[in-house]
Write a protein that binds this ligand. Structure first.
Ligand SMILES: Cc1cc2nc3c(=O)[nH]c(=O)nc-3n(C[C@H](O)[C@H](O)[C@H](O)COP(=O)(O)O)c2cc1C
Length: 212
């Protein structure tokens, strides 16, 4: 299995007490070995981000996750502030800015809009991958490998506990598989969303034909 990957989850939700989905997701990965969770709104209620500390945390991890609800086709504001301040020249980019080279980057987002709404015929016109392009290109510029995002669509329609529970399970499984290097990375990169890869892998594990 080799050395586990250390995962840093940068979590941004400005009103966690009102959250239905992200609250469950973050609870599911809390306390896992090798996983560090930074709740940015909790850490920095006044947006005074400790750049040195955040950079040290980046250095100490192999996989960086931005977890947040999708707000105005992007992230809640603090993640933008975090990027503007922490991803400094000569640290994250530029000739001497190689600190993040070789790390992997994942977006884990939840959207009010349904999956069908995010396409040319839908009312959001653009696909999620297109709308996440600034995150993808930021990761690339910083020398990180951009992984297909984990997306939960249609959060307002997710009324049944079992529907949400399946997503929460998948998120926790994905984080555990990333940590334990249980991912076929090449195969994962063929998918638009991490969810599709997870469905395949988890369906196979749950199949009655699967022999332990
Ligand atoms: C300020 C704001 C902006 C939002 N913008 C979008 C958006 O651009 N696209 C979308 O699909 N949903 C949007 N939503 C819906 C949220 O994504 C949705 O409520 C959230 O993912 C649910 O997760 P939670 O239960 O953890 O809050 C927005 C919600 C708020 C409050």
């Amino acid at each position: 299995m080799g050395k586990p990957n250390r995962i840093l989850i940068l979590f941004a939700h400005p009103a966690l007490e009102k959250s239905r989905i992200n609250r469950q997701l973050i609870k599911a990965v809390r306390g896992m070995d090798y996983i560090t969770i930074r709740d940015l709104y909790e850490q920095y209620p006044n947006f005074h981000i400790n750049v040195k500390l955040e950079q040290e945390l980046l250095l100490a991890h192999d996989i960086i996750v931005f977890q947040h609800p999708f707000y105005w086709y992007s992230s809640p504001a603090i993640l933008k502030e975090w990027q503007d301040l922490v991803l400094e020249h000569d640290f994250a980019y530029g000739n001497n800015g190689t600190a993040l080279h070789g790390k992997k980057f994942l977006s884990a987002i939840t959207t009010g809009g349904s999956e069908e709404a995010y396409c040319r015929q839908g009312h959001n016109y653009f696909t999620i991958r297109e709308l996440l392009a600034p995150f993808e290109q930021t990761a690339r510029l910083c020398g990180m490998e951009y992984l297909p995002p984990f997306v939960i669509h249609g959060t307002h329609q997710l009324r049944e506990a079992h529907q949400l529970a399946r997503y929460v399970d998948h998120y926790r499984s994905a984080i555990a598989m990333f940590r334990d290097n249980m991912i076929e990375w090449e195969q994962l990169l063929q998918h638009k969303h991490l969810n599709h890869y997870l469905e395949q892998v988890i369906n196979k594990l749950e199949s009655p034909l699967h022999v332990q």
